[in-house]
Design a protein around this ligand. Structure first.
Ligand code: G3H
Ligand code: 13P
Ligand code: ZN
Length: 284
């Protein structure tokens, strides 16, 4: 199938009360793993590439690989820019064939975040590309934000309402206690805040930093309105963990296929597991 914008997938997820997994890719094996997992689960899926992934693999390779993968399966696939931080970056992705982009103005003052998001939307709308924005501080696990600092860092529900009304954005990433990377302890999600945001904001909510969040918490977040769940770190762990195991078991191995093949298979398994948790199995 041809690539589809995330708004198509998230509309169906809203109607069905499930979430679509958004999995980060950096190379051919991970692109293939995402496509295989989605096909085997008969699930819609979002492949996403960060600015770092684009720098590593090249925008042409990322776009070509995603298009090729999508064309070989019969479940819907979106190709999404993850955490784009400039207007120019989102435009490069749109020109290259991404079906969706994220403009992350969360480090900017609210007014500037709104203005930047609107600037991207004005172009994206004209060409049928959907846009995700971010409000609040998701940060990294190293940032160690405590609940008593929540009001300073987490998404303010009233601000979210204003942001969505003024921008008309398609999906909103919020900060409710998750962080990118590996958690030191167990993350505690601010479900009351999610509920408030959900009551005020009528568009799909995106949960970033979802690797390492306990299954029950993910399920609860989806029950409360999260429709896109981002996973990167768990794929990295599975992929590189499998490479490590092959190299430990066979220190003389020199064929990349014998290292990367098991890594790709491990990525398929973790992605399938996530898809089942998100409730999107069998929805395509
Ligand atoms: O949100 C961050 C993603 O895990 C992408 O990470 O910028 O290292 O590619 P990256
Ligand atoms: P994790 O690496 O914590 O899964 O976060 C992924 C993410 O939010 C990508 O935008
Ligand atoms: Zn993220």
């Amino acid at each position: 199938m041809a690539l589809v914008p995330i708004s198509d997938l998230l509309k169906d997820a809203e109607a069905g009360g499930y979430a679509v997994g958004a999995f980060n890719c950096n190379n051919m094996e991970i692109v293939q793993a995402i496509a295989t997992a989605a096909q085997e689960e008969r699930s819609p899926v979002i492949m996403q590439a960060s600015q770092g992934a684009i720098k590593y693999a090249g925008i042409e390779y990322i776009t070509a690989m995603a298009n090729m993968a999508a064309s070989m399966i019969d479940v819907p696939v979106a190709l999404h820019l993850d955490h784009g931080t400039s207007f120019e970056q989102t435009m490069r992705c749109i020109r290259s064939g991404f079906s969706s982009v994220m403009i992350d103005g969360s480090k900017l003052p609210l007014e500037e975040n709104i203005a930047l998001t609107k600037q991207v939307l004005a172009v994206a709308r004209a060409v049928g590309v959907s846009v995700e924005a971010e409000l609040g501080k998701i940060g990294g696990t190293e940032d160690d934000i405590h609940v008593n600092e929540a009001d300073a860092y987490f998404t303010d529900p009233e601000e979210a309402k204003r942001f969505v009304e003024e921008t008309g954005v398609d999906a909103l990433a919020i900060a409710i206690g998750t962080a990118h990377g590996r958690y030191k302890g167990e993350p505690k999600l601010d479900f009351a805040r999610l509920e408030k945001i959900r009551a005020l904001v009528n568009i799909p909510i995106v949960l970033h930093g979802s690797s390492g969040v306990p299954e029950q918490a993910i399920r609860e977040a989806i029950r409360l309105g999260v429709r896109k769940v981002n996973i990167d770190t768990n794929i990295r762990e599975a992929f590189v963990g499998a490479c490590r195991k092959v190299l430990a078991d066979k220190p003389d191995e020199i064929d990349p296929r014998n290292v990367l093949g098991p890594a790709r298979a491990a990525a398929v398994e973790i992605i399938r597991e996530k898809i089942r948790i998100f409730g999107s199995s069998g929805k395509a």
